[in-house]
Design a protein around this ligand. Structure first.
Ligand code: UT7
Length: 323
């Protein structure tokens, strides 16, 4: 059985750090409120002229270097983003040209904060179907460009950044001992559009629009949906949730991470959290959090790692990976 093994990872964060205190000089908020309600201490924000594709290219280069391959060996680029450089073409094709790949295919996936999990599923299925051998998957966002900087209910929550995986086909045994992606579970419910959306777009308003969110209601759905996705992924692999070594959640709010862990009886020490220093970077948050745990030695070769996310749409999902 063909498995998609993750042979390289890379991330990129913009240089500028914006603290809660800095935000409290812009809107009526405080470091105390933001920390208590979200766990966020600071976030990175792009400088003028710095775009999603620039972050994506930097993360891609790091992942290619980690995998020790060059762009010529890639068959496909998938970029998960909700903040593309342009309405079209896809940011993935911009990345394709910047990394010097003149063949294959490149396209974007739009699933907002679940984009990296959706993209991982797409990449895995292209590989399993034999349509691609080596895939570059990137989650990259400049969420700061979508925010209403006068809305304290949303502007304190998000940050910018990018993370990338290089996936490659390997022959596996078809058991959960195989390295690589073991399964992906994707869900959406379009009826919940109004809880989290952007009030603009080319067809509707001919503007980019701003992010709008009913935070409390999103919060309630988040814990339930994410817990169900984790259980479904574990069950499909014939595992108990307690068999999984590490949980790498989308980083929206520390209270969502804690609530999900509590609901499923997960030891909080097994949950990778970087929300304090990244904020919510949408589709970049899972690879950014995972990189931290790879770099500090928590996640090791052979570990069972559960990646999960939820975002606008609503969309949500989980992926089980043997590292
Ligand atoms: O990435 C995908 C999805 N996004 C999420 O998962 C986000 C989910 N939601 C959340 O994380 C939380 O609901 C928030 C962090 C957004 C809000 O926390 P909350 O505990 O649900 O607060 P709330 O919205 O009920 O607001 C409580 C109070 C309100 O004041 P009143 O009406 O009680 O007087 C807000 O106006 O806090 C006020 N408030 C703020 N105060 C200071 C809202 N934002 C702020 C702020 N600073 N930044």
């Amino acid at each position: 059985m063909i498995r998609s093994e993750i042979i390289g990872t890379g991330v990129f964060l913009p240089e500028t750090i914006v603290t809660n205190d800095a935000l409290s000089r812009r809107v009526d908020t405080s470091d105390e409120w933001i920390r208590e309600r979200t766990g966020i201490r600071e976030r990175r924000i792009v400088r003028d002229g710095e775009t999603t594709s620039m972050l994506a290219v930097a993360a891609a280069r790091a992942a290619l270097m980690d995998a020790a391959i060059d762009a010529g060996e890639l068959d496909l680029i998938v970029v998960a983003t909700t903040t593309p450089d342009e309405t079209f073409p896809a940011t993935a094709t911009t990345v394709q040209s910047r990394i010097g790949m003149a063949h294959g295919a490149a396209f974007d996936v739009q699933a907002v904060c679940s984009g990296f999990i959706y993209g991982l599923s797409v990449a895995d299925n292209f590989i399993k179907a034999g349509q691609a051998r080596t895939v570059l998957l990137i989650g990259a966002e400049t969420m700061s460009r979508l925010l209403d900087w006068t809305d304290r209910g949303t502007c304190v929550l998000f940050g910018d950044g990018a993370g990338a995986f290089v996936l490659q086909a390997r022959e596996g045994e078809g058991t959960i001992k195989d390295r690589g992606v073991l399964n992906t579970k994707l869900y959406s419910d379009g009826r919940l559009h109004d809880l989290l959306y952007v009030d603009g777009g080319p067809s509707l308003t001919q503007t980019t629009g701003h992010l709008r969110m009913k935070g409390k209601e999103v919060f309630k759905h988040a814990v339930t949906n994410i817990a169900a996705a984790i259980e479904a992924s574990a069950a499909q692999a014939g595992l108990k949730v307690s068999d999984i070594d590490w949980f790498v959640p989308h980083q929206a709010n520390q209270r969502i991470l804690d609530g999900t862990a509590k609901k499923l009886g997960i030891d909080p020490a097994r949950v990778i959290s970087t929300v304090a220093v990244h904020g919510n970077t949408s589709s970049a948050s899972v690879p950014l959090a995972l990189q931290t745990a790879l770099d500090d030695g928590r996640v090791k070769r052979g570990d069972l790692v559960l990646l999960e996310a939820m975002g606008g749409g609503f969309t949500w999902g989980a992926a089980l990976v043997r590292w």
